[in-house]
Design a protein around this ligand. Structure first.
Ligand SMILES: [Mg+2]
Length: 248
């Protein structure tokens, strides 16, 4: 599926295409679920904490860290979640265990996060047409760099920005201004943004005047009102087949 949502928007060859990472280049939920389950097994073996207690306490620690940090990169930090998790259970400063749980989480996550079909082909195609490609993603740089390295995309992009660099998650416009800066472009250039989240990717990219494309996964909804993307698509082959005429 590839659909024009904003009837006023026409496509022209872009100077750069910016991509979100999580849930745009790969499917987030199954990887996250497998990772949380692996930690659950480890916590049971190491600390004798049962599933129900693990799930409730993890949910509480996540909530507390998110409240403490607001919309920042470290509000998604599994290390902080597991540190707080251990504190709530009364283990005090069990730093090695917190690090171990974090490693278990991300190792399992990455092993269960295949790129969506067509991503590599699309990136190669854009590069072959001399279109710059970049990443703007929430979360801390260390894990996002590790993810892209795991995908073998460590040297693929012309610019890479995480919300850790400016201290605030998308839709904060500074993420998008920073990537333009790194690319040597301005708002006057023709920029495309590809992301799954209308509340962060679509509205954020509009602050630099980008043409926006929402990647729709499964039954996710297309953004409406001020969150409406210019285009929506469900897979990268359809995306590439539909943009090819505007680029060649
Ligand atoms: Mg995303």
């Amino acid at each position: 599926m590839f659909k024009k949502i904003n009837s006023l928007k026409n496509l022209d060859k872009p100077d750069a295409v910016i991509f979100d990472t999580d849930n745009t280049l790969y499917e987030y939920a199954p990887a996250n679920k497998k990772a949380e389950e692996a930690v659950e097994r480890k916590v049971k073996a190491l600390l004798g904490v049962n599933s129900k207690l693990y799930r409730n306490t993890y949910a509480q620690s996540k909530k507390e860290i998110k409240k403490q940090l607001g919309m920042t990169a470290s509000s998604h930090s599994r290390l902080l979640y597991y540190q707080r998790f251990l504190e709530i259970l009364g283990f005090k400063a069990q730093l090695m265990t917190a690090l171990d749980l974090e490693q278990t989480f991300w190792r399992t996550f990455l092993a269960n996060a295949p790129l969506y079909p067509g991503v590599i082909k699309l990136l190669d195609y854009l590069r072959s047409k001399n279109i710059l490609i970049a990443i703007v993603t929430d979360l801390t740089s260390h894990i996002q760099m590790r993810k892209l390295t795991y995908f073998n995309l460590e040297e693929t992009f012309d610019a890479f920005v995480t919300s850790e660099e400016i201290g605030a998650d998308k839709p904060d416009y500074r993420n998008f201004e920073l990537v333009l800066n790194k690319l040597g472009l301005t708002k006057k250039n023709n920029i495309w943004m590809v992301g799954d989240n209308p509340y962060t990717d679509i509205i954020g990219a509009r602050s630099i005047g980008a043409t926006t494309f929402q990647k729709i996964n499964n039954l996710e909804k297309i953004g409406e009102g001020k969150y409406m993307p210019d285009f929506a698509f469900s897979n990268f082959d359809d995306f590439q087949n539909n943009i090819i005429n505007f680029i060649n």
